[in-house]
Design a binder for this molecule. Structure first.
Ligand code: NAD
Ligand code: DAU
Length: 359
């Protein structure tokens, strides 16, 4: 076994932040297996093109012979599995790819990891890790007075995306319980930060606010998410990889519950402050309430006390400072923004928002 780690989905939002963070602090090489779907952008990792520690393999996690060959060739000490279809609204429009990638793809990876791991010697078997990156959406929805999700909260996924991630979590657990594959699972709350694809709330609102477009807030805007700056998520994953107990799950969250409308207002104020086109201010006037997401989860909140108590991780970035950095990043990277807003992206925006007229 070598010092290498294999990352899946490393050209996406969290995966690319994770790889940049890893390479900054580590000498161990990274193999990034990514299909480069609409959400995968190799430009996120352009700073690593001449770095011998980094290699991108364009391919599908559902391709078992490719996964087997990569494991055999690179002999990784760990797999960090980010690859997924990740957008709830897309899972409502077309769920099939969510089942394929999130359920079948995860099973393919687990199975090939099991075959590879079973042939390692005992010391390497003990050292190997499969870290499955998952979401708090598997727990369903909270009311305003419910306690936050803990690791023993019952699963109750409400969207096809959440159901597919729940299925992948159960498979990860089964590979540990049945064969002893050293699996760790993390369930994290909403991330935000650089390189997030502008289909998700925060980057979509930043770019629409900048351009003076309507800001489409679903339903009454009082839905609550628990926001975590992406760099804190990356640190948490590294901590679990290094110190987590195999077979365990760890919840990761930002202790930053916010109503969507408050997040959108905060973005408007930051864009007003940072952008000189004062004719669009106050951008709060751009807020447009639109038809709700079917099955919309009212509130997510994470109890992250286990990872803090056992592994000493807690978030470093506050929401207000993290949001400020994020808005700044989008304003400073117009070329990146142009490169991801392709024809397919514009088709999605038309599909998702044209019929979402005001209720
Ligand atoms: P993303 O959509 O930005 O990136 C997903 C990446 O996976 C892309 O690079 C894409 O090309 C790749 N991919 C998709 N299908 C693939 C396949 N079949 N084979 C290989 N690669 C494939 O997603 P993200 O927001 O970075 O999320 C990463 C992971 O973290 C996901 O598993 C997601 O469920 C989980 N997660 C996300 C959040 C969040 O707020 N974004 C929070 C908690 C957990
Ligand atoms: O909780 C973790 C999850 O967070 C991850 O597992 C998912 O991959 C990630 O996409 C995210 O899911 P959400 O559905 O919470 O994120 P999204 O950015 O799509 O929406 C955040 C909230 O904002 C949600 O309540 C819906 C609302 N929203 C979203 C969009 C895109 C709007 O009001 N308007 C919008 O245009």
């Amino acid at each position: 076994m070598r010092d290498t780690i294999m990352v899946t989905g490393g050209a996406g939002f969290i995966g690319s932040n994770f790889i940049l963070d890893w390479i900054r602090d580590n000498n161990s090489p990274v193999i990034n297996l990514d299909l480069l779907t609409y959400a995968g952008n190799p430009a996120n990792l352009s700073s690593l093109v001449n770095d011998s520690r980094y290699q991108l393999v364009v391919g599908d996690i559902c391709n078992s012979s490719l996964v087997a060959t990569l494991l055999e060739t690179h002999q990784p000490k760990a797999i960090v599995h980010f690859a997924a279809e990740s957008h709830v609204d897309r899972s409502i429009v077309s769920p099939e790819s969510f089942i394929r990638t999130n359920v079948q793809g995860t099973q393919t990876l687990l199975e090939q990891a099991r075959v590879y791991w079973s042939e390692l010697d005992e010391a390497n078997q003990r050292a190997f890790r499969f870290l499955h990156v998952s979401t708090d959406e598997v727990y369903g929805s909270l009311t305003a007075s419910d306690p936050p999700f803990s690791e023993i909260t019952a699963y109750a996924p409400n969207s096809p995306y959440a159901a597919s991630k729940a299925g992948s979590d159960h498979l990860a657990r089964a590979y540990y319980r049945t064969w002893g594959l050293p699996v760790l699972t993390t369930n994290c709350s909403n991330n935000y930060g650089p390189f997030q694809f502008p289909e998700k709330l925060i980057p979509l609102m930043v770019l629409n606010a900048l351009e003076g477009k309507p800001l489409p807030v679903y339903g009454d805007g009082a839905y609550v998410r628990d926001w975590l700056f992406v760099e804190d998520h990356c640190t948490a994953i590294r901590t679990v990889l290094e110190k987590g107990r195999v077979g365990e799950t760890y919840n990761i969250g930002g202790n930053s519950e916010r109503k969507n409308l408050d997040v959108v207002h905060a973005i408007c104020d930051l864009v007003d402050e940072m952008n000189h086109n004062t004719s669009l201010a106050p951008r709060r006037n751009l807020v447009t309430f639109v038809n709700d997401r079917p099955g919309h989860d009212r509130r997510y909140a994470i109890d992250a006390s286990k990872i803090d108590r056992e592994l000493g991780w807690h978030p470093k970035e506050g929401f207000e400072s993290g949001l400020r950095k994020t808005v700044r990043w989008y304003l400073d990277h117009p070329a990146w923004v142009d490169s991801v807003r392709t024809g397919a992206y514009l088709d999605w925006i038309r599909q998702n928002y044209t019929e979402r007229v005001a209720p």
